[in-house]
Write a protein that binds this ligand. Structure first.
Ligand code: GTP
Ligand code: MG
Length: 171
């Protein structure tokens, strides 16, 4: 058959936001891990959908590893940025990391799509995806296509909608 287009996706966001859980859910059922542990450094995961072959760099969000992120900016075609919608206290930290990312010389001005998952929507005190986008000032992003989805990574809800959007942007 036709060779699928290869896409490098960088998965970023604070520690405990749910990045690894999301990437695990996007893999085929027989390739999914049962136990998710905090990521040390980063993991590389591969999966395909109908037209694309994804290589995902699932980065650790722990502060001591965040300096690794920038080494992968150049070779990435898209970004998935995950937010814990229940962690209002650290929303400002997430915004700082996002702003640093978007102003980096290897990212700024590039038309690479950015998909946001407002994750952990199941938590009782989770804020809505609209509120998350306001808190992160996403409307200020003008040099890139972006999209935000509410998700519950444990149940796999909201994830496919985001991936469909990403696929449209890349295809
Ligand atoms: P680091 O690797 O440390 O950067 O964290 P991470 O962003 O990869 O988070 P991870 O996927 O390890 O998930 C952290 C915790 O959040 C785990 O206990 C998950 O089970 C939990 N979690 C992930 N997604 C959800 C969600 O949608 N809802 C709830 N309630 N918990 C979630
Ligand atoms: Mg992880």
């Amino acid at each position: 058959g036709l060779k699928k287009k290869e896409v490098n996706v960088l998965c970023l966001g604070l520690d405990n936001s749910g990045k690894t859980t999301i990437i695990n859910q996007l893999k085929p059922a027989n390739a999914q891990a049962q136990d998710i542990v905090p990521t040390i450094g980063f993991n590389i995961e591969k999966f395909k959908n109908s037209s694309l072959s994804f290589t995902v760099f699932d980065m650790s969000g722990q502060s001591r590893y965040r300096n690794l992120w920038e080494h992968y900016y150049k070779e990435s075609h898209a970004i998935i940025f995950v937010i814990d919608s229940g962690d209002k206290l650290r929303m400002v930290v997430a915004k700082e990391e996002l702003d640093t990312l978007l102003s980096h010389e290897d990212i700024r001005g590039r038309k690479m799509p950015v998909l946001f998952y407002a994750n952990k929507m199941d938590l009782r005190d989770a804020v809505s995806s609209v509120k998350v986008s306001q808190m992160l000032c996403l409307e200020n992003i003008r040099d890139k296509p972006w999209h935000i989805c509410a998700s519950n990574a444990i149940r796999g809800e909201g994830l496919q909608e985001g991936l469909d959007w990403l696929q449209e942007q890349i295809a």
